[in-house]
Design a binder for this molecule. Structure first.
Ligand code: KG4
Ligand code: ZN
Length: 333
């Protein structure tokens, strides 16, 4: 059996997980609340919080998994993409542990983690499967031929789906990150009350920045007539924006299934925690006879278990990193 400690620190969550083969024994996440007061992630503050929390989070993850440092066979960590200062904290912790313990290092691309998070639990999709990754930084349609062979067939040309949620939520005066709050208020709202622009993009690509502008102009116009407009219509505004984003995502996913002929389909990343996306994805899958997969809620938003699962497959392929492996703010696969 292979025992892996995985570390994820690409943005504002400090997370550590322990996997025994592909079984997740623990997956702890420390959310940094410091950013809420600024309405977005402050990179320098994120790095400092990671430094404070990374060792306690690793300790707690090992304890929960009843695993000691000496039991470990490898250390997996997020190598890219993300905030460089945040990534460096995880990378250096992982490199130091691998040196001290003399065990291999597994460098993981964060988005591959989101994609393979659907392989953590049963039932698992068969290769090749199609994945719609929707996070705060990325929106991608990916054909996953194997754990190490993935091809992007569509992606956002501007804002990510999570940014579309967070930026419109900010216009409604909601706290960062606004995505989960839009989801919450939308539950009591009418999704067809307001209609917003659906920006067009070529082929299987996405575009979201026009949506934010369309919401901004609409709010400015309505607030001139009624300065309580947002307060009085918050639920309907949230439901209508959410519907627009989910329409854009599922429309392209449907096209991607038609074009590739792949019917094992999963959604992953922070926005896959969205209840409307989850419900409508499952309903569409039933109608179209797809095999649909959604990772457990705790594996949708950033977490170390998903880094560990990629690490597990890399370990099997002996795809090890070294102390020289650079950490990168941007990357693709
Ligand atoms: O994958 P993730 O945790 O971090 C990145 O890699 O970016 O995704 C974070 C994003 C944020 O934009 C957040 O607002 C969004 O996921 N998000 C949601 C929900 N939960 C998280 N968006 C809509 N509805 C949700 N329930
Ligand atoms: Zn992420």
């Amino acid at each position: 059996m292979i025992k892996i400690l995985a570390i994820e620190s690409s943005c504002d969550d400090t997370s550590a997980a322990v996997l025994w083969d592909n079984n997740v024994k623990s997956n702890l996440i420390y959310n940094q609340e410091i950013h809420q007061q600024y309405g977005g992630v402050v990179p320098e503050a994120a790095s400092r919080e990671h430094i404070k929390n990374i060792i306690p989070v690793i300790d707690a993850a090992l304890k929960k998994a009843e695993t000691t440092l000496q039991d470990l066979d490898a250390i997996a960590y997020t190598q890219s993409p993300g905030l460089i200062g945040s990534l460096l904290v995880g990378a250096h912790t992982a490199k130091s542990l691998s040196q001290v313990l003399q065990i291999p290092l597994l460098a993981v691309q964060h988005l591959q983690g989101h994609i393979l998070s659907c392989l953590i639990d049963e039932p698992r999709p068969e290769f090749p499967f199609l994945c719609l990754t929707v996070s705060g930084g990325h929106t991608q349609l990916v054909v996953c031929n194997s754990a190490s062979d993935m091809k992007i067939i569509g992606e956002s040309q501007d804002d990510a789906a999570g940014e579309a949620f967070d930026k419109t939520a900010k216009l409604f005066g909601l706290k960062y990150p606004g995505g989960p709050l839009v989801d919450k208020y939308a539950k009591d709202g009418n999704p067809t009350k307001f209609e917003f622009a659906k920006p067009k993009a070529e082929g299987l690509h996405f575009s979201f920045s026009g949506l934010k502008t369309s919401v901004l102009y609409f709010l400015q116009k309505e607030m001139r007539k009624d300065d309580q407009f947002i307060k009085n219509n918050l639920n309907d505004l949230c439901a209508s924006v959410q519907k627009t984003i989910v329409d854009i995502l599922l429309n392209n996913l449907e096209k991607a299934v038609e074009q590739t002929g792949i019917s094992d389909v999963c959604i992953a990343g922070g926005v896959s925690a969205n209840s409307e996306l989850r419900n409508r994805f499952i309903a569409l899958g039933k109608e179209k006879e797809w095999n649909c997969y959604i990772p457990k809620f705790e594996y949708c938003t950033d977490n170390a278990a998903m880094i560990g699962i990629v690490g597990y497959y890399k370990f099997l392929e002996k795809d090890f990193a070294s102390l020289d492996t650079p950490t990168a703010a941007r990357s693709t696969f």
